[in-house]
Design a protein around this ligand. Structure first.
Ligand code: ATP
Length: 846
């Protein structure tokens, strides 16, 4: 095959300008050829306008850009003709040249693009797909020194904040238990009175599981399930409890402490390390305790972090180079040639491939920035599979149990043979991942059969013990002695089994705080992957980072951060996350943003994309045009009185009182009235975007009687009216989510919910984090003369709220109040301009 026509040139000192339409593989080969022959190799321009120049820097330029594309053979012929390079074909045949999405010595100036393609996987052969830029020198740069604290300062200030946090929690717990009578504590759900031990059995690692049931109305000889119901309470698995004599003084010492293992209507099972010799056969009460262990572990982690800066005698820890990057002593480094890899998931889009390529090539630290619905966890799963395939030992972690379970479930589905061990108390895990739990692995291991025998004996002895009266002291003492011996033996056997399982794992999965609690001290990993890293306290993140030589953090600092700190420590910086800090320090030079989202109709996505992600998000074709009307059985909306389809922007600031005309903008029609196929088709059941304005309706916000929260009863009625409309038009109640930032409004809306709407989920923003619904209704609550919006103004919170919606998002608000905040004003204006507008009066006439 002959190359396409080109002007005739000298056969040396030539600089070739290639057309933009090269395949990623061709670009990769050009890069490899440039490196092999020490030629200048530059990539310029963005997306569809990107050209590659290859050749001699001062040579005569041969412009090939008039050709829309080249075959591999044509490319080889051109290289041979103009640059006398004969081995380009061999690069194609090797099949190991990594694909690259972009090239350029200055990675920071040319960010990887998807070239306008959505969801496209590279069709090129060879099977390698590392797609991130690989300039000759790979290293990120510190772009914002101010975002980088000194390590010692960070440790000192964070230790102080952790202590403050601990004190606050202890004080709150003590206040709850000491400042009121036991009956009041029970009424508040923090205590359970008059219980008895109905059963005791051995558990993992020598703990005893005590089943507590109500002593009042106790049915002797019946199973726990047949006992009377316990009063309402707030105990849940993971809580730490103190077991006390029922009539003992409030400040009296506990008989023992334990962790709630299982909660049922008639019983509560707690796991106890050491059952006391005396006192457990009397009526008991349990009280919630502050979880001081977590704070202690956080402090230990911070102290370990601080040791890494001492140099000299200190042992070098595996995470030393990560520490250097995070405290600005060294910039993140990347392999000069990104490792080649064959995707396990062939459906990955270009931005996911690029992010995985970046992470695989990271020598110390890389970030995967995953805006809403962009398949961050999908990318993280692929990354872990790739790491395991290349022999790495991986620590997979996240701030929450649910995120870790999600990861484990997807990893097991992708590779059932992978040796993955989920650490953590089985009571805290989703049933579908129990099979991967440490406990399940240990039970399957040979080493645990002897431990099982010990447990049987323990159970029998415990049963015997419960039958003995208080006079049988000698016999009780004898049995206690046997129990202690057996527990020790069981623990020894099980510890050996645990060591064996942990040592053999390719992936250890745990929450960050779980890492602090489990004895993984001696364990070292090649890479730690932190999912949802933007929701994790930096102090907790270090528990994982100190255990590995490389780290990949995946998250989105533009969505809501973690939730469990007290306000005062949060405002002083305990709530800051490492993900956000690194993003501020190094910007895009060590991070790759995923840009294709698989959740939202374009109309919903575009606000978030424009407001927070520099308009970089693209909707995958499978979701770009989807509407409620595409769900089978969804019919056109029952019309609201006066709902008008007209031009957008009919509502000036001056006209914001009383019932107003409403409209559907042409933009909304364009977006909402299309099927996924793109043709104009059936009328959507509801528009994609809806703004229901309560301005001028007199729906004032109200302060909660006890507490700081707010509610808005008038607005709540409008919310329920709109939700009812959605259900009437055929949307399943369980496909609808109502989000409001105020707990008092959550409670009010739940009260107003009719039977038909019971499966509509109503929750705060936190309750919807990481989740999605077909339709989301947002109740903003704030409506006041002073135009105060409080924490509504938190961009991340509102970003999470809006981006939970797949096909329909409705905002119910007082536009006059909320528009006092510029960010919210932008949101309201966007909905007004691109969606349907209704006055609250029209939707729910008063
Ligand atoms: N390349 C892809 N092709 C098709 N669907 C995809 C792709 N990547 C992700 N998805 C789908 O997008 C949805 C979201 O993916 P995933 O749970 O990985 O995203 P996430 O970014 O972790 O989500 P969140 O916004 O909740 O944090 C899932 O249904 C997933 O199957």
């Amino acid at each position: 095959m002959s190359p396409p026509d080109t002007d005739k040139h000298e056969e040396h000192d030539v600089l070739l300008l290639f057309p933009p339409g090269l395949t990623p593989r061709q670009r990769a080969v050009l890069h490899a050829v440039g490196e092999a022959h020490s030629l200048e190799h530059v990539s310029e321009g963005d997306a569809g306008a990107r050209h590659i120049r290859l050749g001699h820097s001062n040579g005569q330029q041969v412009d090939l850009s008039q050709h829309s594309s080249l075959t591999d053979q044509q490319l080889c012929d051109l290289l041979e003709q103009h640059l006398q390079i004969k081995d380009a074909g061999a690069h194609f045949q090797k099949g190991t040249v990594p694909l690259i999405e972009e090239q350029g010595p200055d990675r920071g100036s040319s960010h990887a693009r998807t070239n306008g393609k959505l969801g496209g996987s590279s069709k090129s052969g060879g099977g390698s797909a590392g797609m991130k830029a690989a300039g000759p020198v790979r290293g990120a740069t510190l772009q914002n020194k101010a975002a980088c604290p000194e390590l010692d300062d960070f440790v000192a200030s964070t230790l102080a904040l952790v202590e403050l946090e601990r004190e606050a929690e202890v004080a709150a717990t003590q206040e709850a238990s000491l400042a009121c009578s036991p009956e009041t504590a029970q009424a508040r759900g923090r205590s359970l009175l008059n219980l008895r031990v109905a059963d005791a059995e051995g558990g993992l690692l020598g703990r005893t599981l005590l089943t507590l049931v109500s002593n009042k109305g106790y049915l002797a000889g019946s199973k726990a399930a047949a006992q009377p119901e316990l009063p309402p309470h707030k105990f849940s698995p993971h809580d730490i409890v103190a077991v006390k004599p029922n009539k003992g003084p409030p400040e009296g010492p506990p008989l023992c402490t334990g962790v709630v293992y299982r909660v049922k209507d008639t019983s509560l099972v707690i796991a106890v390390d050491d059952v006391p010799d005396e006192g457990m056969d009397q009526p008991l009460r349990i009280e919630k305790l502050a979880n001081e262990v977590t704070y202690q572990r956080l402090k230990t982690t911070l102290n370990n972090l601080s040791k890494t800066s001492r140099g000299g005698g200190a042992e070098p820890c595996p995470g030393c180079s990560i520490v250097d990057v995070c405290f600005g002593r060294a910039a993140p480094r990347f392999a000069e040639t990104p490792p080649s890899w064959t995707p396990h998931n062939a459906g990955l889009d270009d931005s996911q491939r690029a992010a995985i390529g970046l992470a695989l090539g990271a020598k110390d630290m890389a970030l995967i920035h995953g805006p809403p619905g962009t398949g961050k966890t999908t990318a993280v799963v692929e990354l872990i599979l790739q790491e395991v395939a290349r022999g790495s030992r991986v620590l997979a972690t996240s701030a929450s149990n649910i995120a870790v379970d999600n990861l484990v479930e997807r990893l097991v589905r992708a590779d059932p043979k992978m040796r993955i061990v989920r650490m953590g108390h089985p009571a805290r895990l989703l049933p579908q991942v129990l099979d991967s739990s440490l406990e399940a692995h240990v039970l399957r291991s040979d080493n645990s059969s002897l431990a099982k025998d010990c447990r049987k004996e323990i159970k029998a002895l415990n049963a015997q013990l419960l039958k003995l009266g208080s006079k049988d002291r000698a016999e009780r003492r004898q049995i206690r002695g046997d129990l202690r011996r057996l527990a020790k033996e069981e623990r020894g056997r099980q510890e050996a089994a645990v060591v064996e399982v942990v040592k053999g794992a390719q992936v250890i999965a745990s929450t960050l705080t779980g890492l602090l609690q489990h004895n993984l001290e001696a364990q070292v990993f090649d890479v730690v992957v932190v999912d949802e890293a933007a929701q994790a306290l930096e102090a907790a993140t270090w528990a994982g980072l100190l255990k590995a030589s490389r780290a990949v953090l995946a998250g989105d600092h533009l969505q809501h951060t973690h939730t469990h700190t007290h306000t005062h420590t949060h405002t002083h910086g305990l709530g800051n996350t490492l993900f956000e800090r690194l993003q501020a320090m190094y910007g895009d030079s060590c991070s790759h943003m995923l840009t294709v989202q698989y959740r939202m109709n374009t109309g919903i996505m575009q606000w978030s994309s424009d407001a927070l992600y520099q308009s970089k998000l693209l909707a995958h074709p499978s979701v770009a045009d989807h509407t409620l009307a595409d769900i089978p059985d969804t019919s056109p909306a029952p019309s609201a009185a006066g709902a008008e389809k007209g031009a957008a922007g009919r509502k000036g600031a001056a006209g914001r009182s009383g019932a107003k005309a409403s409209s559907t903008s042409s933009a909304a029609k364009a977006k909402g009235n299309k099927t996924a196929g793109g043709q104009d088709a059936k009328q959507p059941a509801q528009p994609v975007l809806l703004l229901v304005d309560t301005a001028g309706c007199g729906f004032e916000e109200q302060q909660e009687d006890e507490g700081d929260s707010k509610a808005n009863p008038g607005e709540a009625k409008v919310v329920i009216a709109h939700v009812s409309r959605l259900v009437q038009s055929g949307v399943k109640p369980s496909d609808i989510g109502v989000i409001t930032p105020y707990n008092a409004q959550v409670a009010l809306l739940r009260e107003l919910r009719t039977d038909k709407l019971q499966s509509v989920e109503i929750s705060s923003v936190d309750g919807f984090q990481g989740r999605e619904k077909e339709a989301i209704v947002i109740s903003m609550v704030r409506s006041n003369d002073n135009k105060q919006v409080g924490f509504l103004a938190d961009k991340r919170r509102m970003n999470v709220a809006v981006t939970r919606a797949r096909r329909h998002c409705a905002i119910i608000c007082d536009s006059e109040t909320v528009s006092a905040d510029p960010f919210l004003k932008g949101l309201v204006s966007y909905f007004e301009a691109n969606g349907e507008y209704l006055s609250a009066e029209e939707l729910a006439p008063s």
